[in-house]
Design a protein around this ligand. Sequence first.
Ligand SMILES: C[S@@+](CC[C@H](N)C(=O)[O-])C[C@H]1O[C@@H](n2cnc3c(N)ncnc32)[C@H](O)[C@@H]1O
Length: 367
Amino acid sequence: MTNAPADLIKEGTTNLFVYKKKTTVKGPSIRDENPFYNPSMELNRDISILVNQWLLNNSMKHVHILDGLAASGIRGVRLAHELSGDFTVTINDWNEQSFSLIQQNIQKNSLQNISVLQRDLNTLLSERRYHSIDIDPFGSPVYFFDAAVRSVYNKGILACTATDTAALCGVFPHVCYRRYAAWPLHNPAMHEIGLRILLGCLCREAAKYDRGIEPLLCYTTDHYIRLYVQVNNGKKAADSSMSQWSSIQARDVPLSQENTTQVGPLWLGKLQKKTVLQEIRTIASIKVLNTKHLLWKLFFLLEEEADAPPFFYTTNDLSSLLKLSPPTMEHIFDRLRSKGFIVTRTHCTSTGFKTNAPLDVITEVFK
Ligand SMILES: C[S@@+](CC[C@H](N)C(=O)[O-])C[C@H]1O[C@@H](n2cnc3c(N)ncnc32)[C@H](O)[C@@H]1O
């Protein structure tokens, strides 16, 4: 660590020492000598509080939570301080500077229900089991998938962030193939495709051990993808998950310029569990969180699209394709609904909509 004093900040109801600088703008993770801290990930951490509170509310037993890649410890310390219920938190980071900053943050909040480790996460996951595991790396979480799906208890939650969006969204397709054994597609729906590739990869890793995944809350932003999935034991659960994992052709994705190019394999099932989202929204209404305005917006969109088919159209891309100026979203929604089709917005882009209507009907509505 530099000799410069750490900055005292507050997220949720927790006061923490972190090292600001270089990461105060939105964008991918930047490494420096001090433990990493990215203020633009506050929404990401606020959702961790909500999902873990949901787990505690729905658990009859003591819950053991792991913040596996902790940096300043901000996520794990917040969990220990802001959750209520019968639980303990373990915070881990193999970096020495992180280890000492995490201890300062625990002291600052006078926490008892918490312990700190300085271990390699894969080794730790091979030795111990947890009910909730958070993996928040620089780049891809894939290196930890195998150990994490073995470590998490039945019905436990596995959460991860991926910031390697350039690979998952098709800027570097060979990197995506190498990491996830899946082909991405660089088209308007690339973020949703990247999210589904990541989920598909996790599904495959879990199935090896006769375990299935159930996505609870999954979303994507411009610079990261975030998953919360429940892991369930049994061949039936594994088979049911694997039935949602498949390759498609580019022409199956709306507005793709390509045709027979393979996309995936990727997860084609649901990305959200609507009942869980609704319960999480209720929890959000009673927690103190700084990003509530963003949370509401995101949760409403996730709930709206929870039962919609995969992928979406965007009005801009449809306009260029059809050489027509776009009608309002309201017009598109009214017309498609009056014809009996499903149509919803998507959290991926404000100009996007999901529908089961075929392109000729959409074209007619557009005119
Ligand atoms: C992006 S930062 C974590 C950010 C943090 N979760 C937050 O919310 O601010 C990733 C951290 O993972 C740690 N790390 C990377 N590989 C690791 C490994 N194999 N075992 C343990 N820690 C690791 C790094 O030292 C770094 O502090």
